[in-house]
Design a protein around this ligand. Sequence first.
Ligand SMILES: [Zn+2]
Length: 322
Amino acid sequence: MDQARKALYCLYRKLRNISIPIDLQFKLFDTLILPILTYGCEIWGYENTKQLEKLHLQFCRNILGVRTTTPNFMTYGELGRTPIDILCIKLRIVNFWNRLISNEKKLSCILYKIMFNLSIIDNVQFKWLNFIKSIFEKTGLNYLWNQQQPVHSVQLKFIVKQNLTDQYIQNWFNQIENSSRGEFYGIFKNEFNLEKYLLKLLPHERNMITKFRCNNIKLPIETGRWSNTPREERICHLCNVGLGTEFHFLFECTSADVQRLRCKFIPIYYTRYANMYKMKGLLSLCNVKVLKKLSYLYLNCKMFCNYILRLYYFRLVISVIM
Ligand SMILES: [Zn+2]
Protein backbone atom coordinates (compact mmCIF):
# COMPACT_ATOMS: atom_id res chain seq x y z
CA MET A 1 0.00 0.00 0.00
CA ASP A 2 2.80 2.43 0.92
CA GLN A 3 4.68 1.49 -2.23
CA ALA A 4 1.60 2.25 -4.32
CA ARG A 5 1.08 5.56 -2.53
CA LYS A 6 4.68 6.56 -3.21
CA ALA A 7 4.34 5.62 -6.87
CA LEU A 8 1.07 7.56 -7.07
CA TYR A 9 2.62 10.75 -5.68
CA CYS A 10 5.47 10.32 -8.14
CA LEU A 11 2.89 10.04 -10.94
CA TYR A 12 1.12 13.18 -9.65
CA ARG A 13 4.41 15.10 -9.84
CA LYS A 14 5.01 13.97 -13.41
CA LEU A 15 1.43 14.74 -14.50
CA ARG A 16 1.63 18.22 -13.03
CA ASN A 17 4.34 19.19 -15.49
CA ILE A 18 2.77 17.76 -18.62
CA SER A 19 -0.71 18.04 -20.04
CA ILE A 20 -1.96 14.69 -21.28
CA PRO A 21 -5.53 13.51 -21.97
CA ILE A 22 -7.51 11.96 -19.15
CA ASP A 23 -7.79 8.55 -20.79
CA LEU A 24 -3.99 8.37 -21.03
CA GLN A 25 -3.65 9.41 -17.38
CA PHE A 26 -5.83 6.44 -16.43
CA LYS A 27 -3.81 4.19 -18.69
CA LEU A 28 -0.74 5.28 -16.73
CA PHE A 29 -2.55 4.55 -13.46
CA ASP A 30 -3.60 1.10 -14.67
CA THR A 31 -0.08 0.33 -15.89
CA LEU A 32 2.03 1.83 -13.11
CA ILE A 33 -0.04 1.92 -9.92
CA LEU A 34 -2.65 -0.84 -10.22
CA PRO A 35 -0.13 -3.71 -10.48
CA ILE A 36 1.53 -2.51 -7.24
CA LEU A 37 -1.81 -2.10 -5.47
CA THR A 38 -3.09 -5.51 -6.49
CA TYR A 39 0.14 -7.49 -6.29
CA GLY A 40 -0.73 -11.04 -5.24
CA CYS A 41 -4.44 -10.18 -4.92
CA GLU A 42 -5.29 -13.69 -6.16
CA ILE A 43 -4.47 -14.83 -2.63
CA TRP A 44 -5.60 -11.95 -0.39
CA GLY A 45 -8.27 -10.37 -2.63
CA TYR A 46 -11.13 -11.80 -0.53
CA GLU A 47 -10.12 -9.46 2.31
CA ASN A 48 -11.45 -5.95 2.77
CA THR A 49 -10.18 -3.85 -0.14
CA LYS A 50 -11.59 -0.50 0.97
CA GLN A 51 -8.13 1.03 1.45
CA LEU A 52 -7.21 0.24 -2.15
CA GLU A 53 -10.46 1.72 -3.37
CA LYS A 54 -9.77 4.88 -1.37
CA LEU A 55 -6.52 5.41 -3.27
CA HIS A 56 -8.25 4.73 -6.57
CA LEU A 57 -11.03 7.22 -5.74
CA GLN A 58 -8.46 9.78 -4.63
CA PHE A 59 -6.81 9.55 -8.05
CA CYS A 60 -10.15 9.78 -9.87
CA ARG A 61 -11.20 12.87 -7.86
CA ASN A 62 -7.82 14.46 -8.31
CA ILE A 63 -8.06 14.08 -12.08
CA LEU A 64 -11.60 15.47 -12.13
CA GLY A 65 -10.70 18.24 -9.66
CA VAL A 66 -13.73 17.64 -7.44
CA ARG A 67 -14.12 17.65 -3.65
CA THR A 68 -13.48 14.52 -1.60
CA THR A 69 -17.13 14.60 -0.50
CA THR A 70 -18.34 14.13 -4.07
CA PRO A 71 -20.45 10.95 -4.16
CA ASN A 72 -18.72 7.89 -5.58
CA PHE A 73 -21.43 7.38 -8.18
CA MET A 74 -20.67 10.81 -9.66
CA THR A 75 -16.90 10.25 -9.66
CA TYR A 76 -17.16 6.85 -11.33
CA GLY A 77 -20.02 7.99 -13.55
CA GLU A 78 -18.13 10.88 -15.12
CA LEU A 79 -15.17 8.62 -15.88
CA GLY A 80 -17.09 5.46 -16.75
CA ARG A 81 -14.83 3.53 -14.41
CA THR A 82 -15.70 0.67 -12.07
CA PRO A 83 -14.15 0.05 -8.62
CA ILE A 84 -10.89 -1.90 -8.44
CA ASP A 85 -12.44 -5.16 -7.26
CA ILE A 86 -14.53 -5.35 -10.45
CA LEU A 87 -11.86 -3.81 -12.65
CA CYS A 88 -9.19 -6.25 -11.60
CA ILE A 89 -9.27 -8.22 -8.32
CA LYS A 90 -12.24 -10.56 -8.86
CA LEU A 91 -11.17 -11.28 -12.43
CA ARG A 92 -7.68 -12.22 -11.36
CA ILE A 93 -8.94 -14.46 -8.57
CA VAL A 94 -11.27 -16.34 -10.92
CA ASN A 95 -8.50 -16.68 -13.51
CA PHE A 96 -6.11 -17.94 -10.84
CA TRP A 97 -8.67 -20.54 -9.74
CA ASN A 98 -9.06 -21.66 -13.37
CA ARG A 99 -5.31 -22.09 -13.77
CA LEU A 100 -5.01 -23.81 -10.40
CA ILE A 101 -7.43 -26.62 -11.24
CA SER A 102 -6.16 -27.05 -14.80
CA ASN A 103 -3.04 -29.04 -13.93
CA GLU A 104 -3.89 -31.93 -11.63
CA LYS A 105 -0.29 -33.08 -11.22
CA LYS A 106 0.82 -29.84 -9.60
CA LEU A 107 1.20 -29.70 -5.84
CA SER A 108 -0.90 -26.53 -5.66
CA CYS A 109 -3.77 -28.32 -7.40
CA ILE A 110 -3.53 -31.31 -5.05
CA LEU A 111 -3.61 -28.98 -2.04
CA TYR A 112 -6.59 -27.14 -3.53
CA LYS A 113 -8.46 -30.45 -3.96
CA ILE A 114 -7.77 -31.34 -0.30
CA MET A 115 -9.08 -27.93 0.75
CA PHE A 116 -12.16 -28.27 -1.43
CA ASN A 117 -12.93 -31.77 -0.11
CA LEU A 118 -12.54 -30.58 3.47
CA SER A 119 -15.05 -27.80 2.80
CA ILE A 120 -17.54 -30.22 1.20
CA ILE A 121 -17.21 -33.27 3.44
CA ASP A 122 -16.28 -31.81 6.84
CA ASN A 123 -17.89 -28.39 6.24
CA VAL A 124 -14.64 -26.57 7.03
CA GLN A 125 -14.96 -22.90 6.13
CA PHE A 126 -12.26 -21.30 3.96
CA LYS A 127 -12.76 -17.60 3.29
CA TRP A 128 -10.89 -17.77 0.02
CA LEU A 129 -13.00 -20.66 -1.30
CA ASN A 130 -16.23 -19.02 -0.16
CA PHE A 131 -15.23 -15.81 -1.93
CA ILE A 132 -14.64 -17.59 -5.25
CA LYS A 133 -17.91 -19.45 -4.84
CA SER A 134 -19.71 -16.15 -4.19
CA ILE A 135 -18.24 -14.64 -7.39
CA PHE A 136 -19.61 -17.55 -9.42
CA GLU A 137 -22.98 -17.29 -7.68
CA LYS A 138 -23.21 -13.55 -8.34
CA THR A 139 -22.33 -13.93 -11.99
CA GLY A 140 -24.72 -16.84 -12.56
CA LEU A 141 -21.90 -19.33 -13.22
CA ASN A 142 -22.74 -21.77 -10.43
CA TYR A 143 -22.32 -24.72 -12.74
CA LEU A 144 -18.60 -23.93 -13.14
CA TRP A 145 -18.13 -24.15 -9.39
CA ASN A 146 -20.08 -27.40 -9.22
CA GLN A 147 -18.15 -28.93 -12.12
CA GLN A 148 -14.71 -27.90 -10.82
CA GLN A 149 -13.35 -28.27 -14.34
CA PRO A 150 -11.07 -25.73 -16.08
CA VAL A 151 -12.56 -23.68 -18.92
CA HIS A 152 -11.21 -21.33 -21.59
CA SER A 153 -9.61 -18.52 -19.56
CA VAL A 154 -10.30 -15.66 -22.02
CA GLN A 155 -13.99 -16.54 -22.24
CA LEU A 156 -14.26 -16.98 -18.48
CA LYS A 157 -12.69 -13.58 -17.82
CA PHE A 158 -14.91 -11.95 -20.43
CA ILE A 159 -18.15 -13.39 -19.02
CA VAL A 160 -17.26 -12.65 -15.38
CA LYS A 161 -16.20 -9.08 -16.23
CA GLN A 162 -19.32 -8.48 -18.30
CA ASN A 163 -21.67 -9.79 -15.60
CA LEU A 164 -19.96 -7.92 -12.75
CA THR A 165 -19.90 -4.67 -14.75
CA ASP A 166 -23.59 -5.02 -15.69
CA GLN A 167 -24.49 -5.54 -12.04
CA TYR A 168 -22.38 -2.57 -10.98
CA ILE A 169 -24.06 -0.31 -13.56
CA GLN A 170 -27.50 -1.47 -12.39
CA ASN A 171 -26.49 -0.64 -8.83
CA TRP A 172 -25.07 2.71 -10.01
CA PHE A 173 -28.43 3.69 -11.53
CA ASN A 174 -30.17 2.73 -8.28
CA GLN A 175 -27.77 4.91 -6.28
CA ILE A 176 -28.51 7.94 -8.49
CA GLU A 177 -32.24 7.32 -8.16
CA ASN A 178 -32.22 6.84 -4.39
CA SER A 179 -29.76 9.60 -3.42
CA SER A 180 -30.97 13.15 -2.82
CA ARG A 181 -27.63 14.37 -4.24
CA GLY A 182 -28.27 12.46 -7.43
CA GLU A 183 -31.46 14.39 -8.20
CA PHE A 184 -29.75 16.90 -10.54
CA TYR A 185 -27.16 14.41 -11.82
CA GLY A 186 -29.84 11.91 -12.82
CA ILE A 187 -31.49 14.46 -15.14
CA PHE A 188 -28.69 14.45 -17.69
CA LYS A 189 -26.57 11.39 -16.88
CA ASN A 190 -28.24 8.42 -18.55
CA GLU A 191 -25.23 6.39 -19.59
CA PHE A 192 -22.29 4.94 -17.69
CA ASN A 193 -19.37 6.11 -19.82
CA LEU A 194 -16.40 8.47 -19.95
CA GLU A 195 -17.86 11.90 -20.68
CA LYS A 196 -16.66 13.27 -24.02
CA TYR A 197 -16.15 16.80 -22.73
CA LEU A 198 -13.34 15.49 -20.50
CA LEU A 199 -11.33 14.66 -23.61
CA LYS A 200 -12.13 17.78 -25.62
CA LEU A 201 -11.49 20.67 -23.22
CA LEU A 202 -8.50 22.19 -21.49
CA PRO A 203 -8.00 21.13 -17.83
CA HIS A 204 -9.35 24.37 -16.27
CA GLU A 205 -12.39 24.34 -18.59
CA ARG A 206 -13.32 20.71 -18.05
CA ASN A 207 -12.75 21.18 -14.32
CA MET A 208 -15.46 23.88 -14.14
CA ILE A 209 -17.92 21.75 -16.10
CA THR A 210 -17.30 18.76 -13.84
CA LYS A 211 -17.75 20.91 -10.74
CA PHE A 212 -21.13 22.15 -11.97
CA ARG A 213 -22.32 18.68 -12.97
CA CYS A 214 -21.19 17.11 -9.68
CA ASN A 215 -22.72 19.64 -7.23
CA ASN A 216 -19.30 21.10 -6.41
CA ILE A 217 -20.43 24.72 -6.78
CA LYS A 218 -21.75 26.32 -3.64
CA LEU A 219 -25.27 27.00 -4.86
CA PRO A 220 -27.86 27.44 -2.05
CA ILE A 221 -29.39 24.03 -2.83
CA GLU A 222 -26.01 22.45 -1.96
CA THR A 223 -24.89 24.69 0.94
CA GLY A 224 -28.34 24.33 2.54
CA ARG A 225 -27.66 20.59 2.72
CA TRP A 226 -24.57 21.21 4.84
CA SER A 227 -26.56 23.24 7.39
CA ASN A 228 -29.65 20.95 7.23
CA THR A 229 -31.80 23.82 5.95
CA PRO A 230 -35.17 22.52 4.70
CA ARG A 231 -35.17 22.30 0.92
CA GLU A 232 -37.92 24.92 0.45
CA GLU A 233 -35.83 27.47 2.40
CA ARG A 234 -32.69 27.20 0.22
CA ILE A 235 -33.51 30.44 -1.59
CA CYS A 236 -31.24 32.02 -4.23
CA HIS A 237 -29.26 34.84 -2.56
CA LEU A 238 -28.76 36.73 -5.81
CA CYS A 239 -32.43 37.46 -6.53
CA ASN A 240 -34.12 36.18 -3.34
CA VAL A 241 -36.80 34.58 -5.48
CA GLY A 242 -37.06 30.85 -6.04
CA LEU A 243 -34.94 27.90 -4.96
CA GLY A 244 -31.20 28.26 -5.59
CA THR A 245 -30.98 25.22 -7.85
CA GLU A 246 -28.85 24.68 -10.96
CA PHE A 247 -31.93 25.14 -13.15
CA HIS A 248 -32.71 28.44 -11.42
CA PHE A 249 -29.19 29.72 -11.99
CA LEU A 250 -29.10 28.67 -15.65
CA PHE A 251 -32.56 29.86 -16.71
CA GLU A 252 -34.64 31.61 -14.06
CA CYS A 253 -32.51 33.90 -11.88
CA THR A 254 -33.54 37.55 -12.34
CA SER A 255 -30.30 39.02 -10.96
CA ALA A 256 -28.90 41.50 -13.52
CA ASP A 257 -25.42 39.96 -13.36
CA VAL A 258 -26.68 36.46 -13.99
CA GLN A 259 -28.94 37.62 -16.83
CA ARG A 260 -25.99 39.33 -18.49
CA LEU A 261 -23.90 36.15 -18.22
CA ARG A 262 -26.78 34.04 -19.49
CA CYS A 263 -27.13 36.16 -22.65
CA LYS A 264 -23.40 36.01 -23.23
CA PHE A 265 -22.68 32.33 -22.61
CA ILE A 266 -25.83 30.23 -23.20
CA PRO A 267 -27.19 29.75 -26.76
CA ILE A 268 -30.55 31.48 -27.11
CA TYR A 269 -32.32 28.23 -28.08
CA TYR A 270 -31.88 26.96 -24.53
CA THR A 271 -32.82 30.13 -22.65
CA ARG A 272 -36.05 30.78 -24.60
CA TYR A 273 -38.93 28.79 -23.03
CA ALA A 274 -36.45 26.88 -20.88
CA ASN A 275 -37.49 23.54 -19.43
CA MET A 276 -35.90 20.40 -17.98
CA TYR A 277 -35.63 18.82 -21.41
CA LYS A 278 -33.59 21.78 -22.67
CA MET A 279 -31.39 21.75 -19.58
CA LYS A 280 -30.68 18.06 -20.19
CA GLY A 281 -29.74 18.93 -23.78
CA LEU A 282 -27.48 21.76 -22.65
CA LEU A 283 -25.64 19.61 -20.12
CA SER A 284 -25.22 16.73 -22.57
CA LEU A 285 -23.75 18.90 -25.34
CA CYS A 286 -20.46 17.88 -27.00
CA ASN A 287 -19.92 21.09 -28.98
CA VAL A 288 -16.51 22.42 -27.92
CA LYS A 289 -17.40 26.10 -28.55
CA VAL A 290 -20.52 25.96 -26.37
CA LEU A 291 -18.76 23.91 -23.72
CA LYS A 292 -15.97 26.48 -23.46
CA LYS A 293 -18.56 29.24 -23.00
CA LEU A 294 -20.39 27.19 -20.38
CA SER A 295 -17.17 26.67 -18.45
CA TYR A 296 -16.81 30.49 -18.15
CA LEU A 297 -20.44 30.73 -17.04
CA TYR A 298 -19.83 28.12 -14.33
CA LEU A 299 -16.64 29.90 -13.27
CA ASN A 300 -18.65 33.09 -12.73
CA CYS A 301 -21.35 31.11 -10.94
CA LYS A 302 -18.68 29.69 -8.61
CA MET A 303 -17.29 33.17 -7.91
CA PHE A 304 -20.77 34.59 -7.17
CA CYS A 305 -21.60 31.73 -4.84
CA ASN A 306 -18.27 31.95 -2.99
CA TYR A 307 -18.68 35.71 -2.60
CA ILE A 308 -22.21 35.41 -1.25
CA LEU A 309 -21.21 32.64 1.13
CA ARG A 310 -18.31 34.73 2.47
CA LEU A 311 -20.68 37.67 2.89
CA TYR A 312 -23.16 35.45 4.75
CA TYR A 313 -20.49 34.16 7.15
CA PHE A 314 -19.15 37.70 7.65
CA ARG A 315 -22.65 38.93 8.63
CA LEU A 316 -23.08 35.92 10.88
CA VAL A 317 -19.83 36.68 12.72
CA ILE A 318 -20.75 40.38 13.05
CA SER A 319 -24.20 39.53 14.46
CA VAL A 320 -22.60 37.18 17.02
CA ILE A 321 -20.06 39.84 18.08
CA MET A 322 -22.72 42.60 18.32
ZN1 LIG B 1 -31.72 33.88 -8.34
